[in-house]
Design a protein around this ligand. Structure first.
Ligand code: HGY
Ligand code: MN
Ligand code: MN
Length: 417
């Protein structure tokens, strides 16, 4: 298939990664914080929209705030479904510079390559930045792409109350990204997401490109333990209803008994934990914490959830406390499109880049768009497997390798006029 000399400007991509990384930078604690729908994230959105406009893309925003930059097709038949490249630009707290941003900006680099070569694709290319992928302030995570894929009603998503008590729809209005486009109105023929691995596998195997075949299941719960506050010095242990001890026992149980039952695949994390009244000499009356369970296999994930549920009943009885649970997120494992994965592998081979077929440990927007289109992911190595951390790092050359694979796949899927 004749392709005009469409080539990637890697330095420009790196420059935009650094520029976006400065938005919401936290000089004290390090990294940057652009939690969904905050002022800092709005600034990040504004910068990406500016870059989309500089590329003369048709910029659209949908009702959940997903941003789309559209490079129109050469023909105006309009009956051919577009190719979509996407990810997210919201972050966790004190995040690295690459998680999500790399995929959105690599998409802009692909458009820039077409613009520079004056090559117009026969099908439209859409670059997407999905709302609230991280799910830090509003659950579930991958919310914008989930709504886009029809997995969550937009009005329900807009009504979500955040961990800070704000209503998602109000915050979207406040930052000026409550768009009019109906989510899901542009259904792509295929969706590609370029992302850092955020894990240690590619580095350990000394490979440059991850061909992501599947993505593990995710279960998030909020657990609240109600005990009895009492004096730390006068209350015998046998008379305590210690919410702090119960929370700690649950976290220990998750590691020893739940992960211990399937140590190669099941993961358990308590990332947030609050005690009340939170003072040194009072036995906690209340513990509120989160549990993040993951496994690539749905039945093992269900076993992990069941083991936890049974333990909650047992320890509540034993310690004389009451325990409430709230399911925040539950996504089954996803298998990506085998044909697209083969094309990613073939592109890596053509470019002479070492590669490895692998599972994604993290959740991604691709797992949601896979509900409405053929979807697949390309990974590049993360140094030390570190992510969700200011020390997140991928070498410049590795970032450019990943973007070149993405461009090669896109070019082979899109004839140009
Ligand atoms: O939690 C995740 O895996 C993703 O970063 N939201
Ligand atoms: Mn991400
Ligand atoms: Mn992330």
């Amino acid at each position: 298939m004749p392709t005009k000399a469409v080539s990637l400007d890697g330095q420009h991509l790196l420059a935009q990664i650094h520029a976006l990384a400065a938005v919401g930078a936290d000089a004290e604690a390090g990294g940057r914080t652009r939690i969904a729908l905050t002022d800092a994230e709005k600034d990040g959105r504004d910068l990406v929209v500016q870059w989309m406009r500089e590329l003369r893309l048709d910029v659209r925003v949908d009702r959940i705030g997903n941003i789309f930059g559209i490079l129109q097709a050469a023909t105006d038949e309009g009956n051919q479904r577009p190719l979509m490249i996407g990810s997210h630009i919201d972050t966790v707290r004190n995040a690295g510079a690459l998680d999500g941003c790399y995929g959105v900006l690599a998409g802009l680099a692909i458009v820039r390559a077409y613009r520079k070569a004056r090559a117009q694709p026969m099908r439209a290319i859409i670059i997407a930045a999905f709302t609230n992928e991280e799910g830090v302030r509003y659950q579930p995570d991958m919310m914008g792409s989930l709504v886009y894929a029809g997995g969550l009603a937009v009005d329900e998503a807009l009504a979500t109350i955040g961990t800070d008590g704000t209503r998602l729809g109000d915050e979207l209005e406040r930052i000026g990204y409550a768009g009019l486009l109906e989510p899901g109105s542009m259904v792509p023929h295929e969706y590609l997401e370029l992302h850092i691995e955020q894990g240690p596998v590619l580095e350990a195997e000394d490979r440059l490109i991850g061909v992501v075949e599947n993505l593990q299941g995710i279960s998030w719960q909020k657990i609240t333990v109600h005990g009895t506050a009492n004096h730390a010095g006068t209350t015998p242990t046998r008379l305590r209803h210690d919410a702090g001890y119960v929370a700690a026992a649950i976290v220990a149980f998750l590691r020893e008994q739940v992960v211990g039952a399937a140590p190669e695949t099941t993961l358990a994390t308590t990332g947030s934990l609050h005690l009340e009244p939170d003072v040194v000499n009072v036995i906690p009356r209340k513990a509120t914490f989160t549990v993040d369970l993951r496994d690539p296999d749905e039945s093992r994930l269900q076993i992990a959830e069941k083991r936890l549920a049974d333990f909650l009943v047992e320890i509540a009885r034993r310690e004389g406390v009451t325990i409430e649970t709230e399911q925040l997120v539950r996504f089954e494992p996803v298998v990506f499109d085998a044909g697209l994965a083969d094309e990613i592998e073939a592109s890596a081979q053509r470019l002479g880049l070492s590669h490895l077929r692998m599972t994604s440990g993290a959740g991604h927007d691709a797992q949601m768009i896979a509900r409405i289109a053929r979807a697949a992911m390309i990974f590049v190595p993360s140094r030390g497997g570190v992510s969700h951390n200011p020390r997140e790092h991928t070498d410049d050359e590795q970032l450019i390798h990943g973007a070149r694979v993405l461009l090669d796949v896109v070019q082979r899927r899109l004839a140009v006029a």
